[in-house]
Design a protein around this ligand. Structure first.
Ligand SMILES: C[S@@+](CC[C@H](N)C(=O)[O-])C[C@H]1O[C@@H](n2cnc3c(N)ncnc32)[C@H](O)[C@@H]1O
Length: 273
């Protein structure tokens, strides 16, 4: 199952070369960009950087904190937190190609000392007990059947009292989603939990849930606005669609419908270890 998930995300070869080539074709030097410029491709979740900033605000991190990003993808969330909170962020992700791309983008924008990216599995974190001052996970658990292990591992590696911010895609009351979706071509690698199940997993892992936020309506409006925005020369030419080619259009339509009909929900949970 893990191989199927990393194949799903990592099947476009030499992703970072494709990103660099697309930028150069538009006359953009990747090393002259700021971290936030990469948002359309490296904040791979509904509501992009804005959602990461809202999550970060709830973490109440002190400057210099050691933060873990579980399922860090191309590293946008990690870089936003590193930059905005003057934190040191460790990303871990199942897909090696994403870890390699995340490292290169951090090099381009001068955040290679504040961010590191390691290939690994969220259900078996390669970190010592009580080693982080905070942790986040953004749009990852929908690919993981054993969510309890993910949250138990997050609890283990956090210092007592540290905050854990989860921003994820959940199963809504509107019925089953229609595939393909960006995290799965079909239901075989998709494991959506309901909000109630999520609270149960987090509590069973030892967390106290402080806050829950349903942002489904905002996610729907954000996606609608994102696809109707005309492209300008100054816009980042690469988006997460680079991963999926022509099928990305079907994914977007399926997401819009699923959010509108509340088959799919976007939710944030803030917990303490
Ligand atoms: C939709 S992307 C989100 C990436 C990133 N969090 C973001 O918001 O930009 C989902 C990510 O979860 C990762 N992932 C899926 N299952 C995982 C697992 N068991 N352990 C670690 N990462 C996993 C995938 O490789 C992929 O990078």
């Amino acid at each position: 199952m893990r191989e199927q998930v990393s194949d799903h995300y990592g099947r476009s070869r030499r992703l970072i070369d494709q990103i660099a080539d697309s930028l150069k074709a538009e006359g953009i030097d990747p090393e002259k960009l700021r971290a936030a410029d990469f948002e359309p491709v490296d904040e791979f979740h509904f509501r992009g950087r804005q959602a990461t900033l809202q999550l970060l605000e709830k973490l109440e991190l002190a400057p210099g904190s050691n933060v873990l990003d579980i399922g860090s993808g191309l590293g946008g969330v990690a870089r936003t937190i590193a930059e905005e909170a003057s934190a040191k962020v460790t990303g871990i992700d199942l897909t090696q190609e994403f870890c390699d791309a995340a490292k290169t983008i951090s090099d381009w924008v001068g955040l290679n000392e504040q961010t590191t990216f390691t290939q690994g599995d969220a259900t078996k974190l390669p970190f010592s007990d009580s080693s982080f001052d905070g942790a986040v996970t953004v749009h990852v658990a929908m690919n993981i059947p054993d969510k309890l292990s993910v949250y138990k591992e997050a609890h283990r590696v956090l210092k007592p009292g540290a905050r854990f911010g989860i921003y994820d895609i959940l199963q809504g009351e509107g019925g089953d989603v229609v595939y393909p979706m960006p995290w799965a071509m079909d239901a075989s690698i998709s494991y959506l939990a309901t909000p109630k199940e999520m609270v149960g997993f987090l509590q069973d892992a030892g967390f106290k849930v402080l806050d829950e936020d349903d942002s489904t309506t905002e996610s729907f409006e954000w996606l609608k606005a994102r696809i109707s925005k005309p492209k300008s020369k100054s816009t980042m030419p690469v988006t997460t669609q680079i991963l999926f080619g022509d099928i990305a259009r079907d994914m977007v339509q399926n997401q819009l419908l699923a959010l509108d009909e509340r088959r799919l929900l976007t939710y944030r949970f803030i917990c303490t270890a």
